[in-house]
Unconditional design. Sequence first.
Length: 474
Amino acid sequence: MTDLLPQMHPPRILVVDDEEGIREGLKALLSQKGFWVEGSGDLEDAVRRNESHSFDLVFLDIRLPGSNGLDGIVPLRKGSNPPEVVILTGHGTVGSTVEAMRKGAFDVLEKPFDPDRLIGVATRCLETRRLKGQVDNLKGRVRELTSTELVGQSDSIRQTLQRIHQVAQAPDTTILIEGESGTGKELVARCIHENSARSQGPFVGINCAALTENLLEAELFGYEAGAFTGATKEGKDGLFAAASGGSLLLDEIGELPMNLQAKLLRVLQEKSYRKVGGVKDHPSRVRIIAATNRNLAQLVQEGKFREDLYYRLHVISIRTPPLRERPEDIPLLAHYFLDFFGKQMGKALTGFTEDAMEDLVEYTWPGNVRELKNAVEHAAILCPFGLIGDEHLPHWHGGLPGGGDVIPTEALELPRDDRSLKSMERILIERVLDEMGWNISRAADKLGINRTTLYNKIKLHKLGKRPMRNPLGV
């Protein structure tokens, strides 16, 4: 029999019994086996202790002053990581045992206790709890791995995946991910982490634009006790400590204040950092992955970003392509998101109509994959079941990419210097497209031509891509 389960700290056990002799006897027996044991004489005190100390196992007497021990199972097992509960009884019955199990008890022990059986139940209970924790952790990692799947078959995505595979083989190399907002820079960072030798360590990210300079410094490096007004008495570890052995994503690195740029450069050079208010160097055991939607080279020229830090970060770079450069991936992405939201909402959503998919493929997606995901979620909410139609998608607005002015519906205004039929045709087609929300099928019907002809006319008149959708769907 194992005296002590392999954990980071001794398992914490609470013995709840109104008889002091039983409490002290169980404390002595369990302590000999390496467990950390506390005692309590009533249910209210036991619940309060558990809320503040978070025990792994509670031995709970069925008869307590003013209460039934069975009534304590549910409040003791509240929270995200509740303790296991073993009921202690001197008057065991089938009914009480069934009731205890129904409320979530792990086992029921009858008094007087057999020491070997009691230790055996405790060990088995804590081992089950440890294994359950491992299973929950694995489930979380599976969900995380699923969320880090780069969806697409375009050449640009294949190149991105190839670069991810290459850089993942060098687990200590600093990486810079560049790309527009919504293109999946954090997703790429997670893919790098999950495919590297650091995958067993934590992945920690922070948006450098989200905090003030002082808060960001304390969040990154941690701080010593009393380092500044409001600092806790114990001090605090920062994200470099939290990500030790894993990867640290510094998102929006272009927004990092100059003072912190110098401190980050020191970390990259010396592989160590100092807490705010500290004098001791702590080793940095993280891989830095930086991400930005800014042009860092241009910021260097403007004096807004340190040149030496730029080259330290730019050991190897990955560019996340905007969605407009890979329209062939839109159908795959749209179905991927639809499957996700369909399961989440409990709806039988089977796909997209031809017009709806045409809308998705033809749109320029200035918000990139993030905007596409939001559009599919919008449609999934409005569509009760079956196929997503164009009426379920957010509405277009404006007349040009980025949202221009719509031609007034009262009249067709011809330019003074061009009264040709070609110019008239261009304005008419553009107006009808706007009226139909750039739905090609409807616009073609309205104009009395087929879709292929309309596509050719759009190309001939250089009408460009369809305008932006209204993100609010109005």
